[in-house]
Design a protein around this ligand. Sequence first.
Ligand code: FUL
Length: 512
Amino acid sequence: MDHRLLKIRRTPAVFVLAVYFLLFGQRGQSQVIDKKSFVKIDASDTQADIIRKAVKVVPSARQLRWQKLELTAFLHFGINTFTGREWGDGGEDPGLFNPSDLDARQWIGACKAAGFKQVILTAKHHDGFCLWPSAYTDHSVKSSPWKLGKGDVVKEVAEACREFGVGFGVYLSPWDRNNKSFGTPGYNDYFINQLTELLSNYGKVDEVWFDGANGEGPEGKKQVYDFNRWYALIRKLQPSAVIAVMGPDVRWVGTESGYGRETEWSVVPGDALVQENVAANSQKEAGFAPMNMMEEDLGSREKLLKAKSLVWYPAEIDVSIRPGWFYHEKEDSEVKNADKLLDIYFSSVGRNGVLLLNIPPDKRGLLSDSDLRALEGFRRKIDEVFRDNVLQDAVVEGASSAVIRKLTDGNDETAWTAKDGNTTPQLVFSLKTEKEFNLLVLQENIRKGQRIERFRLDVFQGGKWKKVTDGTTVGYKRILRFSPVGAEKLRLVIESSRANPIVSEVGLFYSR
Ligand code: FUL
């Protein structure tokens, strides 16, 4: 034994360093990202090592809570509601903001009834007009006639959310076309001050949403955003809030259509999210761009094998119930109907994403009748589709009845796990009588990572197995629709998985 070494190991400095690394991780790995949601790839890692590491990357507690919400709502409301524009230029007269019947309880009550579990309010859009009486600008509700300048929309929404048990989030546009400091380092202080107000004065905040738009401010200058400083403040003041989409917890899916990818991985290369790279990225013209979000393939084996690190970075799918994000009367006849919303649900939540549906309040400060009707219809349809799981009283071949209970109990923590090393297992189900179905729902227990790469559903008909449908990723939830088929015996075949699959739910339904 080398005694000199022993001595070094015992010095207090080494001890302090060890504790430091334990608390904050290695240099380069942002403490903004949870340890269990991030892994570095070593030069010596084989391909199999990298895939093993990918399976171990799991959601943080805040990401898991967010993913399980499934349905979240955007509320775009502000000066644009009164000018009829989508992007205000910052020169608007705050006197225009004057809703006649603003009722945040109506907004949140309707969202809750439709199944939405969290809302995000545009506290400030690109025009810089603040829906709360910020101490750092007069360009806000306090300069408006609404409630004689004593109103606070953020407060009313936060309180309604608490009353209805709905999560509360804020959208604070980094791009500000009104504030004179935009384009100077001072703007980052202004932004920090506004964030501090929003995160300190309204109770619990569950999501902070930063948009990517970054144009010129009132002085014709562009801003270099200090993202790392913003993230650190959010973690300090609201540690359980997820930061989307110019942020480390939630990724923009890449479109605003409501449709996610058929193959949607929540584990993707993490190189752009380490602290130094966030800082470097924010210097670029386009602002912070963690990766090309619009690419078709973000997390295939091929992508992971080229990465230097991996991160849990799941997709949020934002879309408006109307053509625009803000309310415009002329779009009343173009509100997406219940069928369209159901289709969007299948293609967002049903593709391993969280839906962020925008429902913009009108000039009165109320959700309009057409939007309310669409939401009610959507809820009715969802309830109808998922009423009876055909597999509820099925028998799983070679397994006890506990297995089918775990697979159909609606609890994504109870799961069936294939034996270690078995990456291509099958589950064979027998029904009591022949049943018809046209919709498959699968869920993985993502607390143990995202594993499944390819699966298939077969029915046993006329003495032969016939394929009904197939898919690639599952993740938190996957929904596939197909032409109605009747069967008494069927099987779920996992064709490829990164480790033994952990299936938490299997459902077969009939959607009319
Ligand atoms: C975009 C913004 O420019 C839109 O106005 C809207 O807020 C949308 C959700 O994000 O980038």
